[in-house]
Design a binder for this molecule. Sequence first.
Ligand SMILES: [Zn+2]
Length: 240
Amino acid sequence: MQAKSDIVTFKKINRMGCLTGVSTRKFGSIKSKGEILQSNLNRFLKTYSLDPVKAVFMNQVHGKKVVYVSNNKKIVLKTDGIFTNKKNLILCVVTADCMPLIFYSPTKKITGVVHAGYKGLLEGIIQEMLLKFKSHHIEAEDICVGIGPCIGDCCYDVPKERVNAFTGKYSYPNIYQDKGGKYFLDLKKIGLSILLENGVKKKNIEVLPFCTRCNVSNFYSYRADNKQTFGEFVTFIAVK
Ligand SMILES: [Zn+2]
């Protein structure tokens, strides 16, 4: 499916009282070599009337560490998940094929973002974020989760060892396809299955349908871009 407009957002989750968005290629790359590309970020957040000073990013390392943030420290080091109960913060995750997730408790107004590549999914970063919410007395059934654009099973061919790692850890059905000896892994289905297994309700999950590699004209894709064209797009959540 192609992204039709410049505004890509989690409509269902927005209706629960927060603001979400995914930057498209039109705004340019949001982060490069660990540095935030401030003018691109500013232009993007301006379309939401948000103050870029309130944005918090992570220095993502494909791990499972989740950190609580309470101020607008610009970049949280060596972490792949952040969450907050501070209403003025804009939590940001950048990706280009990996899976971005947003988390939201409508009752407690707690927000979170996660960067989940295959390593993070194997290590359990999603489960870690749910545990952090639980430690703030929010049960999984009260959490809304959005899964943003990432590489789809149409395009994500991986070595058999990677498939084995997932089938060894998780017993979810149909998380990969064998197309004549080529293996295609379904990150979204794995993410969705982890959420459901851990108590998040299906009606509270919103999955954006875009594959980054198929939609490289709208997003960025590690696999489809080259050195010159590569960048990263941002997925954010903020409380209104
Ligand atoms: Zn694709």
